[in-house]
Design a protein around this ligand. Structure first.
Ligand SMILES: Nc1nc2c(ncn2[C@@H]2O[C@H](COP(=O)(O)OP(=O)(O)O)[C@@H](O)[C@H]2O)c(=O)[nH]1
Ligand SMILES: [Mg+2]
Length: 241
């Protein structure tokens, strides 16, 4: 099955080469990578271009003028992957917190569902043992909060490690998705759920990045908490695209 991995990057020059070689080392035939870089000051865009030369036809790089957010980066990447004919579209962070080898069980799960979701909050999954109690609490609470308010049947609502079937993404009103950061993950999951698409959660252990720094912040978390209510209202009625 033709799988395209979409990865948004902002200052991931240290991480991208490792991600690319791990992905191409997997026993997945017909895997390609789509990098969406926002003119990273650390030169990630050039690193990506170099990698694209090393793996002709297998890596595509989209450059945007500046930091426009994770949500719009994914939407652009999804449109592009669909245009190129991908049968399955994965979304994952470039910082190796989403273990590349987990794509294998996720692809397996996708055979019997519409969205395969890497999940930190089902038995067998977890978050970095080095996370502080406060950070663990915020993440677990944020998930429970969004899951409860939206009535979602999944446990990792803010998780960004997923594989979508082509047909699933084609059925989603992608141009209505306006959130960024954690809220983007929540909005995508909610719309998919409201449209009747099925999820399967595959546990994984989320290890903190070793290079670079997180672009998520308390402000983005607070914004997501408010967005949950807006998302609930916005999609009271949603029709397939
Ligand atoms: N293109 C683009 N990528 C972004 C942006 N913000 C975050 N990212 C990327 O999105 C992924 C997740 O961000 P990260 O900072 O690791 O979030 P965290 O894992 O929740 O701490 C990483 O690959 C980032 O480089 C953005 O504004 N534009
Ligand atoms: Mg990260």
């Amino acid at each position: 099955m033709q799988l395209t991995v979409v990865t948004p990057t902002y200052n991931e020059a240290e991480n991208l080469p490792g991600l690319v070689s791990a992905l191409f080392g997997l026993a997945i035939e017909d895997l390609s990578i789509l990098v969406v870089d926002d003119n990273s000051p650390d030169g990630t865009g050039q690193v990506a271009e170099q990698l694209a030369q090393n793996y002709p036809e297998r890596i595509t790089v989209l450059h945007r003028a500046g930091k426009l957010g994770l949500g719009t980066a994914y939407i652009k990447g999804f449109h592009e992957a669909l245009k190129a004919g991908a049968k399955a579209i994965a979304q994952m962070d470039a910082d190796l917190s989403h273990p590349p080898e987990m794509l294998l069980p996720l692809m397996e799960a996708l055979k019997t569902c519409d969205v395969a979701l890497g999940s930190r909050y089902v038995p067998g999954g977890g978050v970095d043992v080095r996370w502080s109690q406060w950070r663990k609490f915020l993440s677990a609470f944020g998930n429970l909060y969004a899951r409860t308010i939206l009535g979602l049947p999944i446990h990792d609502v803010t998780g960004g490690f997923k594989i979508w079937r082509r047909e699933t993404l084609l059925g989603m009103p992608l141009d209505r998705i306006r959130s960024n950061g954690y809220a983007f993950q929540i909005e995508m999951a909610y719309v998919a759920y409201k449209l009747g698409y099925t999820f399967q959660e595959v546990p994984f252990y989320f290890a903190d990045r070793r290079w670079g720094s997180s672009k998520m912040s308390f402000v983005i978390q607070r914004e997501a908490a408010l967005r949950v209510w807006q998302i609930r209202l916005k999609y009271r009625q949603v029709r397939p695209y």
